[in-house]
Design a protein around this ligand. Structure first.
Ligand SMILES: Cc1cc2nc3c(=O)[nH]c(=O)nc-3n(C[C@H](O)[C@H](O)[C@H](O)COP(=O)(O)OP(=O)(O)OC[C@H]3O[C@@H](n4cnc5c(N)ncnc54)[C@H](O)[C@@H]3O)c2cc1C
Length: 409
């Protein structure tokens, strides 16, 4: 069988693409290498525009049940300072504020919808290799449990495998390690002294982090820390694991975090990933499309990667699916790729660049200036939230009918 599309990765980007294409009548195979539910290094804040898109996908009832409270305030914790301001309201018709949704629930529910929409799910199977053929693609996949190998063919491939990874078949070149490389950690705590509707940004020299009330009295704390700062932490606390040493450093750097976590207890374990490679990558070409972090990764400081993953898949699928049949796919795929890239650059590109700017400010050794600025100009925090896409929903790309690709039978 030749699928209309093979999707690599069952995170928010891959599942959104799978759901939209399967509901449009496409034959879809989705390959996900991990069993769900699985833990993920992520702050888990889902913005209001994303909640709106998830509602349009028919998911909001089940998701909202597992979500934390509405996040109506933004904060900044720097040294002993705590600055709080209002979270700007989203301009969507439904949701005004975002909320945290544990990734175990979000990713599992999304993928379940994809299966119910008729897509074939290969899980836990991993993509080993993709080969371009004259009439499409051949993907070699491998079972993570039995090591069995299978080959799937399709007319196009959607790469939604997430962040840069050393072991990815899409990885071209491994960058040399640098002191500024960022490593990310995440854990959940019980009994944090944090207002349930506040999401603070934690600034410290050599990194930044974010806290959000997740669910059942649990607060999610995720942070990024430079390689050189992490090495210093490990040197200072040689008997602790990397995450614990870094957490000790953050508590020492920030009196407010230390107070918030004074009575807190770790719920579960620390998870880590890295080095992160934020930046704009590629939207793909010749029938291979990239969505989510695979197309471009924002610094976690803007807490908007889930939104961008869902939105990029949404944009691509609106370029692929249309009301009129196209005729020849090979003539149209390039045009669709250009259209997708144009909308991606408009909707997603600026948010990735603004994330890099905010991260540089937050991590600079003189982050006191950031704290001072926000103390006197708290609207800067709101401006950051608006600029990083927390309030605005995406416009639906409109495609000339002659450029649309509808599945062939
Ligand atoms: C510290 C930190 C905090 C963050 N906080 C937030 C936040 O609060 N809010 C927010 O919106 N974003 C946040 N993000 C960003 C967010 O987690 C990502 O942007 C988002 O998960 C990207 O979604 P995705 O679908 O592109 O990729 P992923 O969610 O990474 O999904 C990719 C999937 O592909 C699978 N895969 C990978 N390789 C293969 C393969 N070879 N074969 C088969 N399957 C494969 C993986 O197992 C994975 O399930 C944070 C990130 C970090 C690091």
């Amino acid at each position: 069988m030749i699928y209309d599309a093979i999707i690599i990765g069952g995170g928010p980007a891959g599942s959104t693409a799978g759901l939209l294409l399967a509901r449009a009548g496409w034959s879809v195979a989705l390959v996900e290498k991990q069993r769900f539910p699985r833990a993920k290094v992520c702050g888990e804040f889902v913005s209001a525009p994303s909640l709106q898109l998830l509602r349009e996908l028919g998911l909001d009832e089940s998701l909202v049940q597992s979500a934390g409270p509405e996040i109506r305030s933004l904060g900044l914790f720097v040294d002993a300072k705590k600055i709080v301001t209002e979270m700007p309201r989203a301009q969507t018709s439904g949701y005004r504020w975002g909320r945290a949704i544990p990734r175990e629930h979000l990713d599992r529910l999304l993928l379940r919808e994809v299966a119910e929409a008729g897509a074939e799910i290969w899980q836990p199977w991993s993509l080993d290799e993709v080969v371009k053929k004259s009439d499409g693609f051949c993907c070699t996949i491998r079972s993570k449990e039995s090591n069995e190998v299978n080959r799937l063919s399709s007319r196009l491939v959607i790469a939604a495998q997430g962040s840069w990874s050393r072991r990815s078949p899409f990885q071209l070149r491994e960058p040399a390690p640098r002191p500024a490389d960022l490593f990310a950690f995440k854990a959940r705590f019980r009994n944090c002294d944090l207002s349930p509707e506040l999401m603070p940004l934690v600034m410290f020299s050599g990194g930044y982090g974010g806290m959000v009330y997740a669910d059942q009295n649990r607060t999610s704390f995720s942070f990024c820390i430079r390689r050189d700062t992490l090495e210093q932490c490990r040197h200072r606390w040689p008997n602790r694991k990397a995450a614990e040493a870094a957490f000790a450093y953050i508590q020492q750097s920030s009196e407010v975090v230390s107070q918030v976590c004074a009575q807190a207890s770790l719920d579960g374990q620390w998870y880590s990933t890295g080095p992160l490679r934020p930046g704009v990558r590629s939207c793909g070409s010749h029938g291979m499309f990239f969505v989510g972090n695979a197309a471009g990764e924002a610094h976690p400081i803007i807490a908007d990667g889930i939104n961008m993953a869902i939105q990029s898949a949404w944009i691509l699928c609106h370029c692929l699916i249309g009301p009129a049949p196209s005729g020849r796919i090979d003539q149209d795929l390039e045009a669709i790729g250009r259209l997708y890239a144009k909308h991606w650059r408009k909707e997603i590109g600026p948010r990735i660049r603004s994330g890099s700017l905010f991260a540089t400010i937050a991590m600079s050794a003189s982050n006191m200036w950031g704290g001072l600025l926000c103390e006197h100009l708290p609207w800067l925090l709101k401006f950051g939230a608006i600029f990083s896409g927390k309030t605005r929903t995406i416009s639906h790309p409109t495609c000339p009918p002659s450029r649309l690709f509808v599945r062939s039978d």
